[in-house]
Structures are given as C-alpha cells and as structure tokens.
Design a protein around this ligand. Sequence first.
Ligand SMILES: Cc1cc2nc3c(=O)[nH]c(=O)nc-3n(C[C@H](O)[C@H](O)[C@H](O)COP(=O)(O)O)c2cc1C
Length: 341
Amino acid sequence: MFMFSIIRYLLFLFDPEIAHHIAMKSLKVADFFGLLSFLPSPAPSKPRVVFGIKFKNALGLAAGLDKNAEYIDCLSKLGFGFIEVGTLTPRAQPGNPKPRLFRLTNEEGIINRFGFNNVGIDKAILNIKSSKFTGVLGINIGKNFDTPIEEAINDYLLCFRKAYQYASYIVINISSPNTQNLRKLQDESFFEGLISRIKLEQEAQARKHQKYVPFLIKISPDGSMKEMDNIIKLLIKYNIDGIIATNTTLSRNEVSESKFKDQAGGLSGEPLRSRALKTQKYLYKGLKGKIPIIGVGGIMQAKDAVERMNEGAELIQIYSGLIFKGHRLINELCECTKQRQ
Ligand SMILES: Cc1cc2nc3c(=O)[nH]c(=O)nc-3n(C[C@H](O)[C@H](O)[C@H](O)COP(=O)(O)O)c2cc1C
C-alpha cells in the first residue's frame, strides 16, 4: 500500500500518457525479472460460466489499457479473470493530437480523447499469437476514423473475421465518444443492420472454425431511453451473446472543480459511476436476465463491485480504478465478488 502510494505519486508527476507508457514498460520489466510472482494474488474463486465461457473470477481488465495486445502476458499475472484488448481498427491509426489524456486526481476521474490510436488488427493479432496467455481474451473492435459511418459495417466485419480465431469473445465498440459519429451506430437506423450482419458472420465463422465465439455490444451511458429500448429489443431479437455497460461519458455533471473538466473526451472513473450503474440497471430490467451483462464504469472499491453484481452484472471490468488504486484493487474486487453467481 505504502509502496503503491510512492509509485503513484511519482507516476502522477508525469504527463498522463507518458506515465501510462512508463507504467506498462515497468510492468514488462518486472515480469521479465519474475517480480510479478511476488505480488499477493487473489484467493481462488469459484469459476463461473458466462456466455459459454469459463471465467476463473468475475473481474476483467476493460478495453483501452492494452490497446495493441502488447502486455497480455504481464497483465494476466495481476490476477484478472479475463483481459480485453483493443479497440482495434482495420488499419493502424495515430489517434487524436496530444495532449489527449487528462487526470482529474481529486475526483478520481480520467478524460480521454485518444480516438482509437492503435497498430491495426493485423499487428495486434501477431502480438496475441506471440503471447503465452491461455486465459479468457476479449478482442474489442471498431472502425477507422476516416471510414464513413455508412460503410462502418465493413470495418467491423473485417476485424471480426480476423479476430475470430484468436478471441474468447469479441466486442463491437459503438460507444466511444472520440470517433466522430461512432455513437450513431447505436441509432435505430444503423444498429439493426450492424448486429444482424455480424450475427450472420458469426454463424459463418463458427462453421468455418468449428468454434463458437460470442460477441458483445459495448454501449454508451449517454443514450436516451428510446435508444436503449431499441437496443434491448434488438439484442433479444438477434439473441446477442452479451452486453458491456458502459463506455465513457460526455457528461460533466459529476465534476465541478477540476481544471480539466471542460476538456473534450470521454470521462471515466468515479464521476461515471452513477451514470454507468443507472444504464446497467435499465438494461437489466429490459433484458430480464436474458442476456448477460458485463458491468464497467466507476468501479473504484468493493462496494461498487458488489452493487454492480447485485444489479445484474455477471462480470465486471475496471480501468480507472486500477490507475488510482493500483493492484490492491484487483484482490479487493476478486475477494468481494467471489461468492456471487
Ligand atoms: C484512457 C482510456 C482509454 C480507453 N480506451 C478504450 C477503447 O479503446 N475501447 C473501449 O471500448 N473502451 C475504452 N475505454 C473505456 C473503458 O474500457 C471503460 O469502459 C471506461 O473507462 C469505464 O470504466 P472505468 O470507469 O473503470 O475506467 C478507455 C478508457 C480510458 C480511461
């Protein structure tokens, strides 16, 4: 705890994006020297089966921390029950100009406007192939920034085909606020076309590879009730495997003091918590338990995780909590979700 406070203090002296790279490289070095095996690991949980996959515990790493699947081996040693990489797009792209990541330290929030900076799906698949990881791996996919929204479906299909063999599950990310128009894919006019086409592709890939890989939709916490009702209706109609609630928010209602609060981008961490929970609750009520939910957004301590599981999440993920609380949060969350089914 004391050690983490010092590391955090030092890392927080740097620009957030530089601190991220330092932390990830240090993790790799620590792994190389076998130091990660000295970290206290979470007590074993009762494995749970969700969308046909066996998870060793209910806690996953959310998308965005390891966009290019470069750190799977070391991240897997931190105790997560599953890891999600991405968002990956068909072609590599640099993302938005820097600075594009802001720490709201007092509020325990993060604003990012990365804009899907990534090495592209092909390079990321090579990274996955060269890793030793054998646990549950989610691959989160999106569209290139310059692909018109009307053609977005082609980007998703291409990434879906490439990811299929290597993923335990695939996530269709239509909820990042940092790619222009992306969230339009949640609109009635686009959503049905997109998921019905991906469902067909899933069937074709399952026949080809003799392996069923579930796909999940990751949604925004900012949708209207009408939009959510439509999503719920179509998830049930097409028997979609699962849903991830939620991505970051554009709302700034929950932040008052930070000098970064007016920076453009998606807000995560503590200020997202109540909005993400509300969205999850609405979905759970509408889906009536027919489709499993992964709860994410503002899970910063044990009681947040317990609340999310009580409100219908089968699994949970974290990102910002890891930045602010460090590795101890993983053990804490694994422990408190251990007995829950
Ligand atoms: C810096 C940063 C980058 C992110 N990048 C992605 C991404 O590429 N794809 C995605 O689906 N979500 C991305 N997210 C969203 C997270 O996966 C998660 O949904 C969100 O941060 C809420 O969880 P949290 O409050 O625990 O951080 C990103 C979040 C952050 C903070």
